[in-house]
Design a protein around this ligand. Structure first.
Ligand code: NAD
Ligand code: MG
Length: 402
């Protein structure tokens, strides 16, 4: 078996660390070629000492200098780079076979696109890539001969239960619908009136999954499931009307596919991202992930319910953006990223996230934006709008507090 050279973008994050945990279990299969960790240079330095990559990429010159300094006395061959072009380079170089795209947010788009253009095997955790630029990314991957493997647990589950020869034509495979499961997050049963007083610390405490801060807030608003609908739409060439969301608070069933004959196939497992990561990395083999067996004796019940748009307005906004198509999902994503950041900074209330996204979607969006430059310009413009709106809400929050 030949060793696969990997680039891990976002190596210091939750998915990045889980990926390195799986990689470390299989030194005979994988070698780490490059790591990218943005501003968390201490963690990145520790990863460089352990995995000895050829390259490590930090956010900017200052962080790169700090990283180089941390590695100075260690017996490490790693060359330190920085900036957006370096991310593109380590994602597309001929020396790499597989690229884990685990940067959070639209910031992960240019490097994911570069990997697609270069025909890499792409392990896609960064769902925002498909939300912001679904058509562009899928077309680029096809033209570049890239293989896109879904890391997101729901999409990974669907991928596992789709027919092996799935071509993207649902009818030909007898598929009636794709059912994404959602935990419902920490506020599934919280009194609706109490939602506006939710603090960032409460919002990032997910009942089942341990994840980065942004996606944890997205899970609490269910924007995460909205982004995942759009992700599934592009990954599986599935029309919006054949995508369902069902709340399943135990997070044991990670998603399902309904077939024409009445069968429903599901993938089950513990809520640990090392399972979908190992599935993607090991394909076509099943490899050890470090995740323990699912204990049926401790599962008292698997329950299901439909999402309530009054409690989860972000999910409704995502459905609307998916149906609208064009650049609406790009606006949805940028507004959400800006609003979540403002909420985590204590500037706006939890319930203001949906208000901000709705405001930006109301401002309208043009259809037919197709280049990376167009989409990034719309992303920046929307962030400015969201920021201005949040600043107004921030005044309301302060006034309420006094
Ligand atoms: P995280 O916040 O834990 O980590 C994010 C990583 O991106 C870090 O390494 C950080 O240094 C890097 N980063 C942040 N901003 C950057 C920028 N501007 N440029 C370059 N690098 C930057 O996030 P996470 O939970 O690991 O999620 C990563 C991605 O995977 C997200 O798109 C998320 O939606 C997706 N995802 C995560 C999970 C999960 O369980 N954590 C599950 C499914 C999908
Ligand atoms: Mg998910």
């Amino acid at each position: 078996m030949s060793i696969q050279n990997l680039t891990i973008l976002g190596s210091t994050g939750s998915i990045g660390e889980s990926t390195l945990d799986v990689v470390a279990r299989h030194p005979d299969r994988f070698s780490v070629f490059a790591l990218a960790g943005h501003t968390q240079v201490e963690k990145l330095a520790a990863q460089c000492r352990r995995f000895q990559p050829e390259y490590a990429v930090a956010a900017d010159a200052e962080h790169a200098a700090r990283l180089a300094n941390l590695l100075r006395d260690a017996d490490v061959k790693t060359q330190v780079l920085h900036g957006a072009q370096a991310l593109i380079d380590i994602a597309s170089t001929d020396q790499v076979h597989g690229v884990m795209c685990a940067i959070v947010g639209a910031a992960g788009l240019p490097s994911a696109l570069a990997a697609a253009r270069a025909g890499k095997t792409i392990y896609l955790a960064n769902k925002e890539t498909l939300v912001v630029a679904g058509a562009l990314f899928i077309d680029t991957a096809k033209a570049g001969g890239a293989t896109v493997l879904p890391v997101d647990s729901e999409h990974n589950a669907v991928f596992q239960v789709l027919p092996r020869d799935y071509t993207g034509r649902l009818n030909e495979h007898g598929i009636a619908s794709i059912v994404l499961t959602a935990s419902g997050g920490p506020f599934l049963d919280t009194d609706l009136a109490a939602l506006e007083r939710i603090t960032p610390a409460e919002a990032v405490k997910h009942p089942n999954w341990s994840m980065g801060r942004k996606i944890s807030v997205d899970s609490a608003t269910m924007m995460n499931k909205g982004l995942e609908l759009i992700e599934a739409h592009w990954l599986f060439a599935c029309p919006p009307e054949k995508l369902e969301v069902v709340i399943h608070p135990q997070s044991v069933i990670h998603s399902m596919v309904r077939y024409r004959d009445g069968s429903v196939l599901a993938q089950l497992g513990k809520p640990d991202m090392r399972t979908p990561i190992a599935y993607c990395l090991g394909l076509p083999e099943r490899i050890e992930s470090g995740v323990g067996a699912l204990d049926f004796d401790s599962l008292s019940a698997l329950t299901f319910r439909r999402p309530d748009f009054q409690r989860f307005p972000c999910l409704k906004l995502a459905y609307e953006a998916m149906h609208a198509g064009g650049s609406a999902p790009c606006v949805l994503n940028a507004a959400n990223e800006a609003a979540v950041a403002a909420f985590l900074d204590g500037k706006i209330r939890f319930t203001d996230i949906a208000r901000t996204v709705a405001h930006c979607l109301d401002k309208g969006f043009s259809d037919g934006l197709s280049s990376l430059e167009d989409l990034l310009a719309l992303d920046s413009e929307t962030r400015r709008r969201a920021q201005a709106f949040s600043d107004g809400l921030c005044g309301v929050k302060t006034a309420m507090a006094v």
